[in-house]
Design a binder for this molecule. Structure first.
Ligand SMILES: O=P(O)(O)O[C@@H]1C[C@H](O)[C@@H](CO)O1
Ligand SMILES: Nc1nc2[nH]cnc2c(=O)[nH]1
Length: 329
């Protein structure tokens, strides 16, 4: 079993340095190679070397270094289907990568080009409620960073708490309330590796203002300006949807949309100095008054159906924003 020695260097269990090569395998005496193995504890925190091996594995096989990373929210996997010259990696086949367990999250990494930019997209993200620690949920963001990604586009399906929001609207995130953080949980918990970023990162202005403004302009030219809002997202642990009392509390805190993802990915991206653009597709309206109406209860089938209906608009918004980034570079 491979482990880490007290210097933080990769070492085998007999104290030898690991001789893994860039495709994440160990050569052995009979010329065959086998994947590097890590302990459960190592895969809980994902040390730099593990992330580097995963990034090398992807870049080597994709043959390009992506500049933009996209995380597809529930039912929004089609954002990755528009990628050209795509190389597709099933999560199960990427060494030390977790697997997707949620419906609407295919569990594939797609690398290719979009609007002339090299991109990589996750068709399937990892959620806290799947039983993964937050560091593991957002580990792919660090993989993106070491692959060369400068911009993170994070998307999600969310419940609209702001009464002005309608099902099918898009909320451009300009801030978040980190409810899991309030409860003492962070993807950055544990020893800090300064190769990724500082121990105490600031999070004001996490959501790139320039990209938000560009997205608003794109929304106008798409004729959907009345369906685009700018607002505050909050991530809860899930997998339950919220109670009325929780929704009332979130609204009082200034939250416009609620979901079960994205915040820890944004924290991880900002820690390693990536530019962040994120949006929520409002898949259901959250009730904030008690009633017996069954149709006010959120459910995952509805979430995915709305996402499927709105995938064309979401794809257009993402591609046109990438086109704008390309014009500026
Ligand atoms: O991955 P996202 O945040 O888009 O998915 C949301 C939150 C839950 O995973 C699921 C609930 O319907 O949708
Ligand atoms: N927490 C939460 N996540 C969602 N994802 C889609 N809709 C919802 C919702 O209403 N609440």
């Amino acid at each position: 079993m491979t482990g880490y020695n007290s210097n933080g260097d990769v070492a085998t269990s007999n104290g030898n340095h690991n001789n893994s090569n860039s495709n994440g395998t160990n050569g052995n005496s009979n010329g065959h190679s086998k994947p590097v193995e890590y302990t459960a504890q190592e895969l809980h925190t994902y040390p730099y070397e593990v992330i580097q091996e995963i990034a090398d594995f992807i870049v080597k096989r994709a043959g390009i270094r992506p500049k933009i990373g996209i995380i597809c929210g529930s039912g929004l996997g089609s954002l990755a289907d528009i990628i050209q010259d795509a190389k597709v990696f099933e999560y199960e086949k990427i060494p030390n990568f977790p697997v997707s367990t949620v419906e609407g999250h295919a569990g594939k990494l797609v690398v290719g080009t979009l609007e002339g930019a090299n991109v990589m997209a996750m068709q399937g993200r990892f959620h806290f409620y799947e039983g993964y620690p937050l560091a593991k949920c957002s580990m792919p963001v660090r993989v993106m960073k070491l692959c060369g990604v400068e911009y993170l586009f994070a998307t999600n399906a969310a419940g609209g708490i702001n009464p002005k929001f309608n099902v099918g609207d898009i909320m451009l995130m300009h801030d978040h309330v980190n409810m899991l953080g309030f409860a003492g949980n962070s993807p950055l918990q544990g020893p800090n590796d300064p190769r990724f970023g500082p121990r105490f990162p600031a999070l004001v202005n996490s959501y790139n203002r320039d990209l938000i403004n560009k997205a608003i302009e794109i929304g106008k030219t798409m004729g959907i300006e009345s369906n685009i809002h700018v607002g505050v997202y909050s991530c809860l642990g899930g997998p339950t949807y919220e109670t009325i009392a929780e929704l009332k509390a979130l609204r009082m805190m200034g939250v416009d949309a609620v979901g079960m993802s994205t915040v820890h990915e944004v924290i991880t991206a900002r820690h390693c100095d990536m530019k962040v653009f994120a949006f929520s597709l409002i898949t259901n309206k959250c009730p904030i008054e008690y009633s017996d109406k069954k149709d006010e209860e959120a459910n995952h089938e509805e979430v995915m159906a709305v996402a499927k209906n709105r995938q064309k608009a979401c794809c257009e918004l993402v591609s046109r924003l990438i086109c704008e980034i390309q014009k500026g570079s």
